[in-house]
Design a protein. Structure first.
Length: 117
């Protein structure tokens, strides 16, 4: 009789030990490095105008807005999504829309200086 009364306790203890040993067992971990960083390209925009400009690059006929650069300031503007070596048109449009400044056939490489006007 005593053996039958211990049986449920023994089964519960065996299950608990199995779960505990499985939970505490070493796990296989996959370690990877971060993806390699794309070559960094940027524009150094020097805006000597009395108003801010919106800066764009045009590649394959599509304008991509990069950033607004305030009046009388210089900013480094990253060009994301286009690899080094891409030929683009760099364009700046005054915020009132009255003037556009552009430089055609710019090959993205490192930091390109774009001076306005």
């Amino acid at each position: 009789m005593q053996l039958n009364s211990l049986r449920p306790s023994f089964i519960a203890l065996a299950a608990a030990l199995t779960l505990t040993s499985t939970a505490c067992a070493p796990r296989q971990v996959e370690v990877r490095t971060a993806p390699s960083a794309a070559t960094s390209v940027a524009l150094q925009v020097t805006n000597t105008l009395q108003q801010a400009v919106n800066v764009y690059v045009t590649a394959a006929g599509q304008d991509t807005f990069l950033r607004q650069v305030p009046a009388n300031s210089t900013q480094i503007v990253p060009v994301q999504g286009l690899p080094a070596g891409t030929t683009v048109t760099v364009k700046a449009v005054t915020i009132d829309g009255t003037s556009t400044y552009r430089k055609d056939n710019v090959v993205l490489s490192g930091t390109y200086n774009f001076h306005l006007p």
